[in-house]
Design a binder for this molecule. Structure first.
Ligand code: GLA
Length: 391
């Protein structure tokens, strides 16, 4: 983790620092920030020891912390305008109050990180990452807090430790049975690189992204808010676990033949087929990136989308509309596209040649508006550094 100072514009970290001062009357003891992410390819395979290829993106979440005064802990979500207070140190179990949902992300990290040693703690959160857009806004908050706490209490702060603490918070306090992809790339992201993560041993391999002259990644938000705790995600995970029980082994080691022969429901077979083919697509995508073959990469993205739509069944019509339009623009500046993240809403990513970006964006907006009566928000992103302490 490196320390940086960014004074060029009001970053999430700047806002966290000044909002903390306003709220608590003193400067924070520590500020950390962590980015959102998109996944280029490798969807719904991280929880079966598969391969993924995400990168950290420009928007960041920031956390400012300091010792609580008057023997109470206060958590503030500045952008949401909400706060929660606890007498003494932060509680060590999930907060059951419905309005306190956001606090469970923080409580979960503090718990997984070994607590505060009984000290009251003030925590203030700000973020540039849109919530519900499938860009891992929660993972970014959790990773930033894990880093701030590690620094403040002088505890281990390697990327894997921070990611595991964030994942434990999701599993044990938020109730989302997510994989580790989002938090690991938010922790370990590298400027200009995607990360091939082998979710079996969590080995990370940086893979160079195209330069801005070659291609840019455009994120288009379907505007349909997804929540991984809503059930569809856990249902897909259950399917994969049933298949692994029948195969007596990890889906990572399965083949199309072993799935075709196994005693499975047709739905579970389709989902398992997606997983096996998706793992292969990740290494195909790495090879395409290394060869600078963006046309091939675009085809892989489109194949991945079809598989998520037809086999894994996690896309929605709004995302299909964006991706179908992108596919129609192949040969007209768009290399390919797919939904990214868990699905059921959220965003699509498009790989676009730089000169075509405005044409592609406007065509997507027009087609989407014709179908859904509103213009989707979009942003260009590039591969960014992961978590950092902000001096
Ligand atoms: C969400 C989860 C990840 C991963 C993706 C699907 O983003 O948090 O762990 O499973 O969905 O690839």
């Amino acid at each position: 983790m490196t320390r940086t100072t960014d004074s060029s514009h009001q970053t999430a970290a700047d806002r966290a620092r000044s909002a903390f001062l306003d709220r608590f009357g003193e400067s924070p003891a520590c500020v950390a920030s962590a980015p959102g992410r998109v996944n280029l390819i490798g969807e719904h395979v991280d929880y079966t020891e598969g391969l993924v290829l995400p990168f950290a993106i420009d928007p960041r979440a920031a956390i400012a912390i300091g010792i609580g005064a008057d023997d109470r802990s206060v958590f503030v979500a500045d952008d949401l305008g909400v706060s929660v207070e606890y007498p003494g140190a932060p509680i060590t179990a999930p907060d059951p109050t419905p309005d306190h949902r956001f606090a469970n992300h923080l409580l979960g990290v503090l718990h997984a990180a070994g607590g505060t040693g009984g000290q009251p703690l003030n925590v203030l959160v700000t973020s540039d990452i849109p919530i519900g857009a499938g860009l891992s806004s929660s993972a970014a908050v959790e990773v930033a807090l894990a880093a701030a706490v590690a620094s403040f209490f002088d505890r281990p702060a390697d990327h894997h430790t921070l990611a595991r603490q964030a994942q434990a918070a999701e599993h044990e306090f938020v109730g989302t049975p997510c994989g580790i992809m989002d938090m690991l790339v938010s922790a370990a992201g590298i400027e200009g690189k995607a990360l091939r993560i082998d979710c079996r041993d969590l080995h990370l391999t940086p893979v160079k992204m195209p330069s801005a002259e070659e291609a840019v990644v455009l994120i288009v938000d379907s505007g349909v808010t997804h929540r991984l705790s809503d059930g569809g995600y856990a249902d897909r995970r259950d399917s994969c676990e049933r298949v692994q029980a029948v195969l007596s082994g990890s889906l990572r080691d399965a083949s199309i033949e072993s799935i075709a022969d196994a005693d499975l429901t047709e739905r579970d077979r389709r989902r398992a087929t997606h997983v096996v083919q998706e793992n292969a697509r990740v290494d195909d995508a790495v090879a395409a990136l290394e060869a600078g073959d963006l046309h091939r990469l675009g085809e892989i993205l489109l194949d991945g989308h079809r598989s998520l739509r037809d086999l894994f069944e996690v896309s929605i019509p709004e995302l299909d509309c964006i991706v179908d339009t992108a596919a129609d623009l192949r040969g007209d500046g768009c290399f390919g596209a797919r939904m990214t993240g868990g699905g059921f809403g959220g965003s699509a990513i498009l790989l676009v040649s730089s000169p075509a970006i405005e044409h592609v964006r406007q065509t997507i907006e027009r087609r989407f508006a014709d179908a859904y009566g509103r213009i989707p928000t979009s942003m260009m992103v590039h591969a960014c550094q992961g978590v950092r302490l902000e001096s």
